[in-house]
Design a protein. Structure first.
Length: 254
């Protein structure tokens, strides 16, 4: 039986091959200031998260990286970053970054997210390269690298109301759980009142997701990212999104 790291390596190799076959080039980079520059200057970006901002966040160089996707003209068309967070409570960690301006409400989660956590964020895809499968592939690629590099216990992200309303946490980014964590305060990167949701998948679920998706990709003969994103949207055996709000509000996390 494969270990989680072996499964992640197999998944990583297949996803990298799909990205190259789709006409892109991808690099793993560690200079977070370059990521920040793109987030400050790229079209249709929404601000720089203090969790990844090298001028504000507290992490070692080996504990953070980002991916750059380039097209055939060597233009950057997508980025995403990931960092290692070791904490007894991930929501405490998010609060301590100061991204939410007080006063705000903290909502209880059904579980305490603790241990060695890979935290993904800072995803941006150029408007001309959207609906190509990159938003589906990149969160999964950094998830695999989190397992390979750090042997994480879980992978977590945060999303705001708009993406939560659209079901991005589960259907695009591949996180089986989503909880409303903070609300009522201004989100400093945008200066607007927001609701913040924590999205989560644990190590066993990551391995199961990767095994399932690898089989689905091979069985369906995916040749590029558009194929694999379409395959990935088909119903499979992941747990459903946990919705903390009334059940009659379909896909509405707001």
């Amino acid at each position: 039986m494969q270990t989680h790291i072996e499964t992640a390596r197999s998944y990583y190799r297949e996803m990298m091959a799909l990205i190259v076959r789709s006409g892109y080039r991808i690099s793993i980079e560690n200079d977070m200031r370059q990521w920040k520059h793109i987030m400050q200057t790229g079209p249709a970006t929404v601000g720089v998260s203090s969790i990844f901002d090298p001028d504000k966040a507290d992490y070692e160089p080996a504990d953070a990286f980002w991916l750059r996707v380039s097209n055939e003209q060597a233009e950057t068309v997508a980025i995403i970053c990931d960092r290692l967070v070791q904490t007894p409570d991930f929501v405490d960690f998010v609060e301590e970054t100061g991204m939410f301006a007080a006063p705000y409400i903290r909502h209880p989660l059904d579980a305490t997210l603790s241990g060695k956590i890979g935290h993904a964020g800072g995803l941006w895809v150029h408007p001309n390269s959207r609906k190509t499968g990159l938003s589906w592939a990149l969160p999964r690629l950094v998830r695999a690298l989190s397992v390979i590099h750090w042997g994480v216990d879980r992978h977590c992200g945060i999303i705001l109301t708009g993406l939560a309303d659209a079901g991005f946490g589960n259907h695009i980014y591949g996180f089986p759980r989503s909880w409303l964590a903070l609300s009522g305060g201004d989100f400093r990167p945008t200066g607007k009142e927001e609701r913040l949701f924590v999205i989560d998948i644990d190590a066993d679920e990551i391995a199961g997701q990767q095994t399932f998706e690898l089989k689905r990709i091979m069985d369906d003969g995916a040749q590029n990212l558009v194929d694999v994103a379409a395959i990935g949207r088909k119903r499979h055996d992941q747990a459903a999104v946990r919705e903390p709000l009334p059940a009659d509000r379909r896909m509405n996390f707001g």
